[in-house]
Design a protein around this ligand. Sequence first.
Ligand SMILES: [Zn+2]
Length: 471
Amino acid sequence: MATEIYSWGGAEEVTGSKHFLETPHACIEIDCGIFQGRRQETFERNRTLPFDARSVDACVLTHGHLDHCGNLPTLLRNGFKGPIYSTPATRDIARLVLLDSAHIQASDAEYAKKLSSKKRRKQGFVAEPLYDQEDVDRTMERFRPIRYQERTAIARGVHLTLYDAGHILGSAMALFEVEEGGKTRRVVFGGDMGRKNLPILRDPQMPPSPDAFVSESTYGDRLHEEIREARDQLGEVVRQTSERGGKVIIPAFAVGRTQELIFMLHLLSDENAIPEIPIFVDSPMAVRATSIFLDHPECYDKEVLDAFVLHNENPFGFERLTLIRDVEESKKLNSLHGPAIIISSSGMAEGGRILHHLMNTIEDPRNTILIVGFMAANTLGRRLVERHEKVRIFGEEFRLRARVKILNAFSAHADYEELRSFFSGYQRDSLREVFLVHGEESAQKNLARVLREEEGFRRVTMVRYGERYRL
Ligand SMILES: [Zn+2]
């Protein structure tokens, strides 16, 4: 038997990443993400794994986003007995993200139990969680943290080395060296590919010349704005809104985007580029995530080290910033007068404390709702992006009179020019094959065309669900 790769998730789609490297002696799974989408369909897909979890010898987690780590507890429930390798920061983020996911599943299940079975079917609620907190605790015991560039034997004839992917805190590309018949084959699973110049994080590293590379292609047909512009634009929005006497309300994911915003506001405030107004982060999960960021200075880029760490300053804490966990403290923000910045979750404004802040500010034209992330269809966030005249929050109708400003520069995924420039650094005859995963068809096709026709890579393969590819 030869060494093969295949995917049971994250092939021809962007959620539920589950990729496999199978050698004659070992089966290794890379990521075990959750499928996101309509509740009922995804529940079945998430609960029933299309492979035998007992045959997986080890798992490698590239980073802590839910679509990469969210179904690890199900892997254990189905009999997986091996270790899970990741960076220390990824382990900590995965714990936070999995506990939050278990919590949401438990409340959804509670809610579903109160519905009639007809209503339940119609709304797609499932009266049973995929996993609970105990499953998460058991999963965390399997983690074996390894540092970047620390070559580690993980199975018979297989070595693993992690390289910084520059996507979120702790994110990694996984280089596998497989001994087979006296030869060594090298394959990289890139996870999600980050970008140069992202705040806080180092730029993506280039793992040394592999024979094959499995790459994401989420933005294989799109270009982002320059990240450097994000900070200036953020400063401008804050200045203009404060001049009008308004508030800036920012729906943001608790892990990653919120810390980037805190960091940028800290820099802007040190540079006196924004007026001295109070800044609030109102989300218990964001507060927990921020303390994980503080625990992992080994992941910071030079800018954070030079600007803060070298002077023993906390990059994620400054005088004007208040982190709020407590519900009562959160409620006090409702009666706040004058200019302020409020960052809260959920990131797409489909739930969470952000709804209260939007409700309070949406009808006042002095305020700005600042959009810093992708808003999926059918979320309140998307309706704000589309500037609907009227929106419903908690069943009540509100007129959208606040300004809506969209900053597109914040994406943590490489666009196709960034992917092209990354791959152009490899020799065409040593990197013999690029496999594309984690992207919709049009994105994959465009990236495949760019790599083949413009960059001269001979073999670029779009990975199909469940299909096996020989290395
Ligand atoms: Zn990701």
